[in-house]
Design a protein around this ligand. Structure first.
Ligand SMILES: [Zn+2]
Length: 339
């Protein structure tokens, strides 16, 4: 073997392009321009026809909008008697309500187990303890981009709600007041505020606070999810009136934990959900979900799940609107509602 290393050098050679090369390049450029702009007209073939001639699959027609990438997960987290709904879409995360205070540690763990470190949006549907109790812990443990609340200016803000707003300020999280038509991008989906609550006659009462609930609709491709918080029939009627025949949603979170004071037939007929999930605690004091509501779902042929019996309910949806449901546990047959 030679003790000298051979060194290879790149040889730069420059040859003057021949005339026919330039002519070919110009012809190809003209052909590409003609196919791109006039393809499919007269004798000019379209790209799809050319692909077929050379044995390739035709590209998606330009008239069909591309489907949003990825799937959506809507997770009804089991927080006992309260609400905490996580939406995951294309790497983004949104949490609607944060359950009661006593479930906050489990909530933080559950969010981490779903891979959440940042929340693009945290929503307080209304200032009741079973929706805001875990919010302080969420603000302290996750990088929250925005906290969305109903208009609290006329409300006596105390307890958990006050502490939540204080913590948001300490953590530098911007707090936004919801308004009709407000939209947030979550992954390739969009969350829209359909209604930022309604004024009830019974100002200051629990019912009036329930009717402050933000009504939210998430949309990703053909999949849609409606969350009306604890909206009572008063707000449900306002929602149905404002959006006639435009509320249709694949999945609906049962209003007010499945209370018979919500989930009116008027609303359900407008929403036409394929699946309804009630978020509620086992043997809760309110008897949620109410028997009439369960019966209503059966009569309408709607799949109905409840977190008190099934634990956390995870809906995995595709952009075409199809979805599957996974539950943390299988309820005892005696407890489970009749199929
Ligand atoms: Zn509630």
């Amino acid at each position: 073997m030679s003790k000298y290393r051979r060194h290879r050098y790149c040889r730069h050679s420059y040859r003057r392009p021949q005339v026919w090369t330039i002519v070919a390049a110009v012809l190809i450029a003209v052909a590409l321009y003609v196919v791109e702009n006039y393809g499919g007209n007269g004798f000019v073939p379209s790209w799809d026809q050319i692909y077929q001639w050379v044995g390739l699959e035709p590209s998606q027609s330009e008239t069909t909008a591309p489907l949003p990438e990825g799937e959506t997960e809507v997770v009804f987290l089991d927080v006992g008697q309260g609400d905490a709904v996580l939406i995951l879409q294309n790497g983004a995360a949104c949490l609607i309500d944060a359950g009661p205070k006593d479930a906050r540690q489990n909530l933080v763990q559950d969010l981490r187990s779903y891979g959440v470190s940042q929340l693009d949006l945290l929503v307080m549907t209304h200032p009741h303890a079973d929706h805001v109790g875990g919010m302080q812990a969420v603000l302290q443990n996750f990088d929250v981009q925005t906290l969305l609340t109903p208009d609290l200016s006329e409300t006596d803000v105390t307890g958990q709600t006050q502490r939540t707003l204080q913590t948001a300020q300490e953590c530098g999280v911007p707090v936004e007041t919801a308004y009709t038509g407000q939209q947030y991008t979550i992954g390739t989906g969009t969350l829209t505020v359909l209604l930022p609550g309604v004024d009830a006659d019974t100002a200051g009462s629990d019912d009036a606070i329930n009717d402050m609930s933000l009504c939210l609709r998430f949309e990703a491709g053909n999949f849609t999810f409606l969350d009306t918080g604890d909206a009572e029939r008063n707000e449900e009627a306002a929602l149905a009136e404002q959006y006639p025949f435009r509320l249709r949603s694949t999945v609906f979170k049962a209003g007010h934990h499945g209370s018979s004071t919500s989930n009116t037939q008027t609303l359900l007929w407008q929403v036409q959900p394929q699946l309804v999930v009630a978020s509620c605690g086992l043997n809760n004091d309110y008897g949620h979900p109410h028997r009439e509501v369960i019966q209503e779902m059966q009569d309408e042929g709607i799949d109905f799940y409840r977190t008190d019996l099934y634990g956390t309910v995870t809906v995995t949806a595709q952009a075409d609107g199809s979805f599957t449901v996974q539950t943390a546990k299988q309820p005892d047959e005696e407890l489970a509602p009749a199929a």
